[in-house]
Design a protein around this ligand. Sequence first.
Ligand code: GLU
Length: 551
Amino acid sequence: MNSTPNKIVTRFAPSPSGHLHVGGARTALFCWAFAKGRGGTFILRIEDTDQKRSSDAASIGFVKDLLWLGIDWDEGPVFEGCGGGDRGPYFQAQRLETYQKYFDLLIASGKAYYAFETTEELAAFRDGAKAENKPFRYTGEAARSLSAEKVTEFLAAGKPAVIRFHTPQTPITICDEILGEAIIPAGETDDFVIRKADGFPTYHFAVVVDDELMGVTHVLRAQEHFNNSAKHIVLQDALGFRRPIYGHLPLIFNPDGSKMSKRDKDKVLRKAIAERGMTAPPANTVDPTLFSAWIKDKNTQLDLASAGALASALGVILPEINVDDFRRSGYLPEVLCNFLSLNGWSPGGDLEKFDREFLKSHFDLPRVVKTPAKFDRSKLLAFNLHALQAMPREEFVTKVAEHGRTFHPEFMARVTHVQFRSLCDASQERSKTLDDLFRTNGFITVADDALEWDAKAVKKVLQGTAPNGQDHLKALNKILSQCDDWSVQGLEKAIKTYIDVEAGGNLGVIAQPLRVALCGGTVSPPIFDTLAILGKASSIKRIERCVAAHA
Ligand code: GLU
């Protein structure tokens, strides 16, 4: 898979320390589209040099998230038909020998050196700079003045050491296809660490070596890395490497200007807990000690599993941040890709809806914006609603079923094929996500004699001056018990006269009490669909039980 000199090569290089954030997914999407649309190569490289924070599970999660989005890679870890290539391994933790070769080169040429300062000594340097009101810049005179013999002696004795790059004290010019040119003044970049005490390269070093050896021509990544480019450029020069073309992508913010982060989930949970005046966690959610520590310190975050358990017990929906969250919430991958690509880029004109193929053939750097993109959730939801509405019914049923098997297996096990199909028929028009059907139809999977009624709904819909909801339920129960055609049309016909005579022709007057009796609350598919889906025996049982309970 050797590239021809002019072939475009991009890479997405995640550090697998958690889940794939939408910002990362957008970077991957742009790198993918840029290379694929130009007959180039898209590489996936796993930057797992931070051994404390990286895990295999996280790498696999990232890889799966990318494939779910339809972002496939030509070179990289081999997974489901993607990857391979002769410039690997594509996990940095497996490339230590390669890095060592370049460390040796830099040491031998005097461009890098071993430094033995302890954490305490470095902290003292920092404090000194702070006391003088100066930014801390490591210059390393002491380390560089160590004799070769002393260095050998220290290393032989196992004294912890890092390798630092001796940064030339000249201005560094960063040329960026999106942000333009910036000159970093001499002295801004100090002698930074390129090999950590544990023997692993730092991000700066590994990225430079790998981008060179993997033939990367275009580095497209988040703007937060812009200043890092200065370090990468000085290293490239020192090692005699090419300089790739840089394009730093705008960050993605919440509409209120805050950064989209995992903390947003904690914020929603804290608010819900404060509103309910809770001092202990609901049973079987979060460990009580963990809960009180988290409540006390607003800067702490719950792990994803605890946050999820707490959210479902409180009945709140957490904001989606990671690709996996969006999948769980029932967004279509093609819609998410479409929407993400509009966060920081646009094809021009009014066009907003397009597929990945379009993105591949139209994505370009001049139309990437410099300012942060605002993640408009309501727009994403509207995109998803339209895509679901436009979907052929069979495809909708298949997609919802797939989603259900993955995220709601108990629900799928409890509904019959016919019920599921009817639910899909009744909900496609209004489904904003593939998850809506499961969120709003939980009543189906509850046993008839275990259904609980929402107290507020009971008060509002069943009680009050006669004829109230209860009165309607009693009368409807009689009519429905005699109904033999339990289809949507049959049911409509059976109740029509009652609605005309007793409810002034207003379906809502009887639909809401029926809903409370059948589903426990005021949300369900259209009422005749709800009755048909539940079937006659269940419907009658639920109405009778509700009437008896609220007599
Ligand atoms: N591992 C870095 C990250 O996850 C990659 C940055 C880059 O693309 O150079 O942010």
